[in-house]
Write a protein that binds this ligand. Structure first.
Ligand SMILES: *Cc1c(COP(=O)(O)O)cnc(C)c1O
Length: 593
């Protein structure tokens, strides 16, 4: 099969593959529904988009996550930009159905009972991907244990390791208790790596860990697939030997040491996942390279992230595509045909999305922004490497740029983790600079509580999406992909996905690498002055072509429809596909199941 055949839209159901078992997808966070606070940011949104596309494509997949009864947090900013947080309580019964099954896991010598709530995620053709949200809030459990599935990324590392036992080990046991026939376990990030220990224990039939043979370990490896998401060593989950012995137990810790899952004296969940996976990947071409350099003893592929088109494209652009681009909902490759959309239709659709965004900003803040003014968007987790203040490097030059553009509006948003003091300081700094710099021509606004709904509005409604990470810290980034789907070009550092997506002056612009922040800020200003503003202000035809190219070239590729097909073919069922090809060629008969 050549690449184009693989990506084609031939009616192909994974259900009919010979002996296709189920994929069990494990993720600490999943953005399932805008009103379910079960995610914090990019990782959860990616997980949700993956499942939405798996449902659309008919992949036999079930997902496991924690319930996060108290959510991540709702962000409040005071006038100075000081962040405070409140819990996001929600009622699982409003969205999910409780399963009758109960399983147990051992944590620090305690037996903790786990139940699951099922959310049925339905795809375009009606195929259902069930998502099981694990919950320890049961009378059988002690007060502490009842809270283990409350807070996403809350508490300390002891809490985290205990949550990871519930997710990984509880999830595997729940899959068995529910009678799912799973033959692929996909760990989305190292948080789920303990599922390998549960599989090994099941392989050993309850026998002692030290009885595991190489063949036992190989049996587990054949079932496991792992996606790593961070290019920073400190971003990988790590726990001390003392924690491992106390929380997981001495036998398991000894086994993990024997298998080389400790690095610099710490249990490293990425190493654990890699040791037990037959297939591992990073989330963009560059991230694959960085991961191979970090873990040279492993084969690490790359499958570039995407976003779920129907979820992230604004209503006005969806209507425009429905009119002009046939088949794009079922097969995102057809977005390539946006090349043929009339320029006026593209401009009008985006104007509609911008109007919706500015109305939303108005209702959130009371500010009236101008739909004709060039509007930049910058929204992401407030981590220092993302350099939210790079645009303020030379405030005077930024003011001049605003004048030259005939006005400039910059919309910021992003949460800092409650324990991330440098991140919180960054938000405070952006809000203060915004207040100091804003005038009649330059309007800078920091929007509270960045989440799914605001993310969708922003990426669809601004004119240019800006991303300024310090290289090579951005594994992929997906907000720029959401923008691209909506015809919004990016102006970004060449890191993560943008290395693959940037075609200069066609899909956006690259901020050139420089020796330091000032050099990179200067490149950002130069691109605004010499490329973005003249086109936006004086050449609407070219601007419309840029928007169309952004959807045609990047929307057609950076989507989860393509991404899930790549996971299915390369990670989940590489052998089955060979069989399927032979079935198609009539070499072997289709087995009925
Ligand atoms: C898409 C999205 C993200 C991830 O965007 P990045 O570009 O990876 O920063 C984070 N948070 C929300 C709410 C999103 O919608």
């Amino acid at each position: 099969m050549n690449m184009f055949m693989e990506l084609s839209s031939a009616p192909f159901s994974y259900e009919t593959l010979p002996d296709a078992g189920r994929v069990a997808y494990f993720s600490m966070e999943i953005a399932i529904h805008p009103s379910m606070p079960t995610y914090s940011g990019g990782l959860g949104v990616l997980a949700g988009d993956t499942l939405r596309s798996a449902a659309d494509l008919g992949v036999p997949l079930s997902a496991f996550t924690l319930l996060h009864r108290k959510g991540y947090f709702e962000q409040h900013l005071n006038a100075e930009g000081v962040q405070s947080e409140t819990v996001q309580a929600w009622n699982p019964a409003d969205f999910c159905t409780e399963e009758a099954a109960r399983v147990t896991v051992q944590i620090e010598n305690r037996v903790v009972t786990v139940r699951a709530w099922r959310y049925d995620l339905k795809g375009q053709s009606g195929h259902v991907v069930p998502i099981y949200l694990l919950d320890t809030d049961l009378d059988l459990n002690s007060g502490w244990d009842r809270g283990l599935t409350d807070h996403l990324y809350g508490g300390d590392t002891n809490y985290r390791l205990q949550q990871e036992i519930v997710l990984g080990m509880g999830g595997v046991r729940m899959a068995h208790a529910l009678g799912l026939r799973v033959n692929v376990y996909h760990m989305n990030e190292g948080h789920a790596a303990l599922l390998t220990l549960a599989l090994l224990e099941s392989q050993l039939g309850g026998g002692p860990q030290n009885g595991a043979t190489d063949a036992d370990i190989e049996q587990v490896r054949r079932k496991c697939v792992f996606t790593t998401h961070t290019p920073v060593p400190a971003g990988h989950d790590r726990f001390s030997t003392e924690q491992s012995i106390r929380i997981l137990g001495g036998d398991r810790t000894a086994q993990l040491e024997k298998l080389g899952c400790f690095h610099e004296g710490l249990l490293n969940m990425t190493l654990l996942a890699l040791r037990f996976s037959r297939y591992a990947n990073g989330v963009a071409m560059q991230h694959g390279k960085v991961s191979r350099a970090m873990f040279p003893e492993f084969t690490i592929h790359s499958i570039t992230n995407g976003v779920h088109a129907n979820t992230w494209i604004s209503d006005p652009v969806q209507r425009m595509l429905d009119e002009h681009v046939h088949g794009w909902r079922r097969d995102n490759l057809y977005l390539r045909n946006t090349i043929d959309v009339p320029e006026a239709a593209m401009l009008a659709a985006h104007a509609g999305a911008k109007e919706e965004l500015l109305a939303d900003v108005g209702s959130r803040t009371g500010l009236v922004l101008d739909p004709k003014v060039l509007t930049l968007g910058f929204a992401r987790r407030a981590a220092t490497y993302k350099r939210a203040t790079l645009l303020f490097n030379d405030p005077e030059r930024l003011r001049q740029i605003a004048v030259a553009a005939g006005g400039l509006q910059i919309l910021y948003a992003g949460k800092a983790h409650p324990q991330d003091e440098p991140g919180k300081a960054l938000i405070h700094q952006v809000v203060e600079e915004a207040a100091r710099l804003s005038n009649d021509t330059l309007r800078i606004v920091y929007l509270e509580n960045y989440a799914w709904d605001l993310g969708a509005r922003l990426t669809a409604g601004v004119d240019v999406w800006v991303n300024t990470p310090r290289r090579p810290y951005e594994a992929s980034g997906t907000s720029g992909m959401k923008a691209a789907m909506n015809g919004v070009p990016s102006l970004s550092i060449l890191d993560g996905w943008w290395i693959e997506g940037c075609i200069e002056a066609v899909t956006g612009w690259a901020i050139e690498d420089g020796a330091d922040d000032t050099a990179e800020a200067n490149s950002l200003y130069s691109k605004l002055e010499s490329a973005v503003i003249p086109t936006f202000r004086d050449d609407r035809g070219n601007w419309a072509r840029l928007m169309k190219m952004t959807i045609a070239l990047n929307g057609s590729y950076f989507n989860t429809n393509r991404m899930v097909k790549q996971y299915t073919r390369n990670a989940y069922y590489p052998e089955r596909l060979k069989e399927a090809a032979r079935v198609e060629e009539g070499q072997i008969p289709v087995l009925s199941s």
